[in-house]
Design a protein around this ligand. Structure first.
Ligand code: CTP
Length: 400
């Protein structure tokens, strides 16, 4: 289940080399549960045939304003009604110019003029075309007219040049679309988070760590971002890709994690500690590999990052996590009170560690709020909704 599930999306494919990426986008949209209807311009059909899009979307492909398959010859009206969004990917300089000037000389541009739904455009063109004053004006006007412009990115171009104008990759476009439909519950908020394990070096080849996968923290960072927050994710070693739009700061040890959190805190509204921070570290990491003969290891406690942040006079709204193997309520609520946290997410380790699913209970001053077992992405969304509710309540209290 995603925000795209059951959504009807009209995908306009225009005549750019990036049209080949639109085929993958159709596949990803379909996988996310969207009902995709492709409108292919004459230029687009030069790059990819309608058969490809028909096979991938499972729906007929539309190109002709006068398509006899539409009963009253009103394809430009019929196709937009009940549609949740029109997405144009790739959007050439030419189609963008037409949209801005209200030109409706083919099915896609006519559809856009006749639409009642949002329009998203993913530009794709040569870097010089992108930088041309006419395109600059048109892009500004397109955004001012209420369309959402996603991308482009910089990089290698099909023409052999390098620069701004590459269409975003299909998975990036998908993420933009999911975020587009997400309620902006955390708009204007800055969220600093920790995620993953820490690694406390013993010597150059060994260390103390744990089996935290980082999946819950990364899913939560993505959910906060989709909800409109600026997100800084301070992450221990995980191997997971950073969610789109999230600033990730890579660290290893608890001390590095604390320093990175402190550096990111200015301006933060929320701090969420998801990381499984090692409670202890070797007193000092050996410069050379430790030999069997000197097996003694002296440990010293690590700082409690979450407790330190929550104790600051200018503390942001702090959310903790507690993974327990038994007596969840007692331990979780005990940790919440000991660290003076307005909210804590508790789960049994056997329910979540390393898995794609999780079952959590949310604890706050009002009590415990059990959540159903669900994929971590869905759990993350629930946590964001609960957090946003508490932030709104706090804002109302402060305004009184
Ligand atoms: N935490 C932290 N810094 C630490 C330890 C924990 O920021 N050095 C944060 C975690 O990110 C999590 C919460 O505190 O949000 C977990 O609380 P804690 O009591 O430290 O959990 P455990 O380390 O699991 O405690 P225990 O081993 O005693 O169960």
């Amino acid at each position: 289940m995603s925000e795209l599930s059951g959504r009807r999306i009209v995908l306009g494919v225009t005549g750019g080399v990036a049209a080949y990426k639109a085929a993958e986008l159709v596949r990803l949209l379909g996988k996310a549960g969207a009902d995709v209807h492709v409108v292919l311009t004459a230029g687009g059909a030069r790059f990819v045939t309608p058969v490809t899009f028909q096979a991938l979307s499972g729906n007929p492909v539309w190109s002709d304003l006068w398509d006899p398959r539409v009963e009253n010859n009103m394809a430009h009206i019929d196709l937009t009604r009940g549609t949740d969004a029109i997405v144009i990917a790739p959007g050439t300089a030419d189609v963008i110019a037409k949209l801005v000037h209200g030109i409706a000389d083919d099915l896609l541009t006519t559809l856009c003029l006749a639409r009642e739904c949002p329009l998203l455009v993913a530009p794709a063109m040569n870097r010089q075309m992108w930088e041309h004053p006419a395109t600059r004006r048109n892009i500004a006007q397109l955004a001012a007219d209420g369309a959402t412009v996603v991308g482009p990115a910089a990089g290698d171009q099909a023409c052999g040049e390098t620069g701004m104008g590459r269409m975003l990759e299909p998975d990036e476009l998908l993420e933009h679309l999911i975020a587009f439909f997400q309620p902006k519950l955390l708009a204007g908020r800055k969220v600093v988070m920790t995620a993953g394990p820490t690694f406390e070096a013993i010597d150059p080849v060994r260390g103390i760590t744990n089996t935290s996968s980082g999946k819950m923290g990364y899913a939560l960072a993505q959910a906060c971002r989709r909800a409109g927050a600026e997100v800084v994710l301070v992450s221990g070693p995980t191997g997971l890709p950073a969610p789109l739009g999230v600033e990730r700061v890579d660290v290893c040890s608890a001390l590095q994690m604390r320093d990175a959190v402190v550096a990111a805190l200015p301006g933060a509204d929320v701090f969420i500690g998801v990381a499984a921070v090692a409670d202890y570290r070797p007193l000092s990491a050996a410069e050379h590999k430790v030999k069997k003969s000197s097996a003694e290891l002296t440990l010293t406690p690590n700082p409690d990052i979450l407790a330190e942040v929550a104790a600051r006079p200018d503390a942001p709204f702090c959310v903790g996590f507690a993974a327990e193997s038994r007596e969840l309520d007692a331990y979780a609520e005990g940790k919440r009170r000991a660290k003076r946290l307005p909210m804590l997410v508790g789960n049994l380790v056997q329910d979540g560690l390393g898995s794609d699913d999780n079952q959590v209970i949310l604890y706050d001053d009002a009590g415990r709020h059990p959540q159903p077992r669900a994929p971590k992405t869905v759990v993350a969304q629930k946590i964001v909704e609960h957090l946003a509710g508490l932030l709104a309540m706090r804002a109302t209290r402060l305004a009184r």
